[in-house]
Design a protein around this ligand. Structure first.
Ligand code: HEC
Ligand code: HEC
Length: 475
């Protein structure tokens, strides 16, 4: 049976929206409002925000954003709520630009600036404004939160060295990983929770995973005691009813108009079940999976803008071409641990060629529709910038050495073959939440495209790059 992202909300639900149609006049108004809004943004009924490419909007199952939901409440001891790091104005992540503004308006005292996981080092000295500015450089430049995990007891490797720029002095049994807050929107499309899937337990439904995730978020990020089951249920029901997408593009206009299907409302109606459209036909036995259905892979995972193929507007035609490139432009998929038949890979033989949708296969959402972490090469020593640590891992059996800025899924499973594997994330609301990849290493969508062009030797033409960019900005 299909699990719809609406959870218990039925399809007949009316989406209450204040700005249903952003006309030219009201568009100017909403941009002005968004720019005027203070750093600690209060939001309101109108969840429409400007971003560098246009306007994105959030709709909720309840119709309005319920600020009384425990998602917005300080449930811990350090002043933080989920909203501290997950903001509708930034497509439910946070951006470095907004964080710098927050730092300046609060002299670095906003609750996101805490030493438990906001600072480069655990327990950093925050006694003066200058010390605070120094302590939070990764948060202020890349929007990264520190995730500290112990090397699993039965790991197939040891961490034998770290080249670490901040002198944190942590023992080699703990690894500090610096990661972008994943958006808490469109979560009904998830097949794995967290970049490394560590909150996805085998056989459990995503809803159950999210309950555990919310509890841990209160305990860890907010330094609190576990909230009640009622509060956790309310948070997760809220999260599963939130949808966000770009709704208007500065150049192409309304993305949710008659012929096309951009914007959050069409997204909220998009059917989903875990394993849908999976190129490998994997159908995991978990709640919410497409059990009993044969799903065949259609590379055309995105079908939002095809109607603009022959549009009069050149900007609209460019978005349509970008969608087609994302869906069908073939390139060689080489050296992707997870897809190329390694010992811990679920796939026996290598996948030789494919398009972006070989990994971003969930229809119109773009995440990987099954929980299958992959190493696409974000963390290699050659890409490392000096503001990130570089860890050296040694295989306990073979003595083999690997260097990485983030061991990824291997810190969850302990498996050598899982080093630097991450999930393929949801690709909606992108324009509002740069930088990209788990470590914020791509400052812009142009840099994302450049990464893939180099990594997979795709040889995109300049026109193809421009079209792909126009498409990604319209999501
Ligand atoms: C201090 C910042 C911070 C706070 C506060 C915070 N989060 Fe997060 N959140 C993150 C980061 C960083 C990640 C990604 C970490 C990773 O994957 O390793 C994340 C990931 C998530 C995800 C995973 C989404 C996905 O696509 O897998 C969910 C769900 C989530 N947070 C919900 C919450 C909830 C609920 C709360 C409040 C109880 C909360 N967060 C509080 C920073 C924060
Ligand atoms: C082999 C699998 C694979 C292919 C092919 C692939 N991706 Fe990805 N993509 C991923 C994974 C895995 C991540 C997360 C990587 C990370 O952050 O460590 C990702 C991340 C992204 C992100 C960043 C999202 C965010 O929230 O930060 C964008 C944008 C993206 N991919 C676009 C594309 C485009 C465009 C193409 C085609 C040119 C493409 N991808 C091809 C697996 C893939």
């Amino acid at each position: 049976m299909y699990r719809t992202p609406l959870g218990t909300v039925t399809g007949s639900r009316r989406w209450t929206t204040v700005v249903t149609l952003v006309t030219a006049g009201s568009l100017a108004g909403s941009i002005a409002v968004a720019h005027r809004s203070p750093a600690i943004e209060r939001g309101g009924r109108d969840q429409t925000f400007s971003n560098p490419a246009g306007v994105h909007r959030t709709i909720t199952a309840a119709g309005t954003l319920d600020r009384g939901n425990p998602f917005f409440l300080e449930l811990g001891s350090n002043g933080r709520s989920c909203f501290t790091c997950h903001r509708p104005a930034q497509a439910w992540s946070v951006t470095p630009a907004e964080l710098r503004e927050r730092f300046d308006t609060t002299a670095g005292l906003d609750p996101i600036f805490r030493a438990n996981d906001g600072s480069n080092c655990a327990g950093a000295d925050l006694s003066t404004m200058n010390k605070r500015r120094e302590a939070f450089t990764l948060l202020l430049t890349r929007g990264l939160i520190r995730v500290d995990l112990e090397v699993p007891k039965n790991a197939e490797f040891d961490v034998i060295d770290v080249d670490e720029p901040y002198g944190c002095g942590s023992p080699l049994t703990t690894v500090s990983m610096y990661r972008r807050p994943l958006p808490t929107t469109n979560l009904g499309f998830l097949s794995a929770v967290m970049w490394d899937g560590r909150q996805t337990a085998p056989g459990m439904s995503i809803r159950d995973d999210l309950l555990v995730q919310a509890r841990d978020a209160v305990v860890e990020h907010a330094e609190g005691t576990p909230p009640s089951a009622v509060q956790l249920g309310a948070i997760v029901d809220f999260e599963l009813g939130v949808f966000t997408a770009q709704e208007r593009d500065h150049r192409a206009g309304n993305l949710a108009g008659a012929a096309v299907r951009g914007g959050p409302e069409a997204l909220a109606r998009q059917p989903f079940c875990i394993g849908i459209n999976d190129p490998l036909g994997m159908l995991p036995a978990v709640g919410g999976a497409c059990l009993g259905r044969t799903t065949s892979f259609d590379p055309r995972a995105f079908t939002l803008f095809a109607a603009w193929t022959d549009a009069e507007s050149p900007e609209r035609r460019s978005i349509a071409r970008g969608e087609a490139i994302f869906n069908t432009r073939q390139f060689a998929i080489t050296n992707v641990a997870g897809l190329n038949g390694g010992t811990t890979d679920p796939v026996a033989g290598p996948i030789a060629t494919g398009s972006c949708t070989i990994c971003h296969d969930t229809p119109n959402s773009g995440n990987h529709s099954v929980a299958m972490a992959l190493n696409i090469g974000i963390t290699t020593a050659t890409r490392r910038t000096l503001d990130l640590p570089l860890y050296t891992l040694r295989n306990r059996t073979t003595g083999e050495i690997v260097q990485t800025t983030d061991p990824g899924r291997a810190m969850v499973t302990g498996k050598w073959g899982d080093i630097s594997k991450f999930k393929g994330p949801i690709l909606r609301g992108l324009a509002a939440r740069a930088p990209f990849f788990h470590d914020g290493s791509a400052a812009t969508l142009e840099e994302v495209i450049q990464f893939y062009d180099t990594r997979f030797e795709i040889k995109f033409t300049e026109q193809e790059k421009a079209d792909l960019l126009a498409f990604l900005r319209a999501l």
